[in-house]
Design a protein around this ligand. Structure first.
Ligand code: UDX
Length: 449
């Protein structure tokens, strides 16, 4: 079976590499020549643990190839995966330009019957439209069918998530398409859910939006915990013993970011509106997340009144650990607000620095260790729970900072541990540790929701 993957972003590249790793002959197509050359050397254009190794191994063993020459590879492909991006439009809807561009190139070049598999996250009904579009634009007399096969990988664990995923979802119109995809995924040895194309498309959105909803729910509970004196970590733990609730995606913090949850919540909400229906839970999920992003900033404003001239240490820039991705990272709007306030920022992130520099090339100082960030700082903000940051001993803050005041957006430290130190500490959904002189206490923020 000859497999071609269009697009070498997170979805396309990881899919292509993993299919080759399990024995298929795969060619990944991208229009960017530099990216293709890099991948031929076994270098992944994205930071993703384990990806370089499988790119290199499968390229060297001739199961995986990369090209810009889509015309020659689409010609005799059996299965073509579309794994291109579907970014967010200004109104929240999904931009399908790349999906249609790839479809046009496929339609103009296929010379034998083939199955086109849409892996990109697309609005419900798109697979039907893509099939129509392909048929309209076919240049040769061939049979072409479209199947939906959404992707559930998380950044930072994308290779593992693909090779050992919880399920493979296949949305098809015919038994032939179903059997072809069963053959493609045979060696993955994972449960396969077969349904129609629209349900498969909906499974992807509903899964992501449900996880986002879970996060916004626990963040609201966290905000309320602060008001009534409960501890959200204990609350989430107590809830998690109920198997109907589980222990995942109940980590309170400064909101979800990344390339999927923000985009997919907005896209589904938009799509529902477009169909005359209001998805109220998703609307609330989006609103809560928007508000949650600025939680630390609000706490700091209440604590200091003015941040002008303060030296602020930023620990963590990426939207989560294990990735260099900054898409919708809460650090970005917070850094903007801190700069607007006149704060002087020194930032550390183990892998996100280069990408952050593209957004803030000169406005902030970048350093290579968390310790350098903290030196003489007046306040520290934790935006990402990297191990390098979580494992930083609390004594270091005391030793290096001008005033050890921490705003922890990811609840990296245990309240009991902080209480033992003379550190001022504000986190999410837990009591504030003031450790201040009596007269200063009234000035300090207790619970700012
Ligand atoms: C997500 C989905 O998990 C994945 O299945 C889908 O295919 C793509 O979107 P990803 O965006 O890589 O993956 O990251 P994920 O680990 O899900 O985290 C998303 C965001 O939620 C991060 O900003 C993270 O910090 C936040 N989060 C996650 C929380 O705030 N609390 C949690 O309990 C879990």
């Amino acid at each position: 079976m000859k497999i071609v993957v269009a697009g070498t972003g997170y979805v396309g590249l990881v899919t292509g590499a993993c299919l080759a790793h399990l024995g298929h002959s795969v060619t990944c197509v991208d229009t960017n020549k530099e990216k293709i050359e890099l991948m031929k050397q076994g270098i992944s254009p994205i930071y993703e643990p384990g990806l370089d190794e499988i790119l290199k191994k499968n390229y060297e063993e001739s199961r995986l190839d990369f090209t810009t020459d889509y015309k020659s590879v689409y010609k005799d492909a059996d299965v073509i995966f579309i794994g291109v991006g579907t970014p967010e439009r200004e109104d929240g809807s999904a931009n399908l330009d790349y999906v249609y561009k790839a479809s046009e190139q496929i339609a103009e070049n296929v010379e034998k019957d083939c199955l086109v598999v849409v892996k990109s996250t697309v609005p419900i009904g798109t697979n039907d439209k893509v099939e129509e579009f392909l048929k309209e634009h076919l240049k040769n007399d061939v049979q072409i069918e479209v199947a939906s096969n959404p992707e559930f990988l998380s950044q930072g664990t994308a290779v593992k998530d693909t090779l050992y995923s919880s399920r493979i979802v296949i949305g098809v119109k015919s038994d032939r398409a179903r059997d072809t995809l069963r053959e493609v995924y045979e060696r993955f040895n994972q449960p396969i859910v077969v349904t129609n194309r629209r349900s498969a498309e909906m499974i992807k959105y509903a899964s992501n939006d449900f996880l986002a909803l879970k996060i916004s729910f626990i963040n609201e509970i966290a905000n309320f915990c602060e008001i009534v004196g409960a501890d959200v970590e204990d609350v989430a733990n107590g809830m998690s013993y109920d198997p109907r609730i589980g222990d995942k995606f109940l980590k309170a913090g400064i909101g979800y970011g990344g390339s999927c949850f923000p985009k997919d919540t907005k896209a589904l909400h938009w799509l529902a509106n477009d169909n005359g229906y209001e998805l109220k839970t998703i609307k609330a999920t989006i609103e809560v997340n928007e508000n949650q992003k600025y939680k630390l900033f609000r706490k700091a404003k209440q604590r200091f009144r003015s941040l002008k001239g303060m030296k602020v240490a930023i620990l963590g820039l990426t939207f989560k650990p294990g990735t260099d991705d900054l898409r919708d990272a809460p650090s970005i709007p917070n850094v903007r607000r801190l700069l607007d306030e006149g704060a002087e920022i020194v930032a550390y992130d183990p892998v996100g620095e280069e990408n952050f520099k593209k957004l803030f090339p000169t406005e902030i100082t970048y350093v290579k260790t968390p310790e350098e960030t903290l030196k003489d700082a007046d306040a520290a903000f934790i935006f990402t729970e990297w191990n390098e940051i979580k494992s930083l001993h609390l004594n270091i803050y005391k030793e290096l900072m001008n005033t050890p005041i921490i705003f922890d957006g990811r609840n990296c430290y245990k309240i009991n541990d902080v209480e033992e130190k003379a550190i001022e500490y504000y986190s999410v959904g837990r009591k504030a540790i003031l450790n201040l002189k009596e007269d200063a206490k009234s000035e300090a923020a207790m619970a700012i929701v």
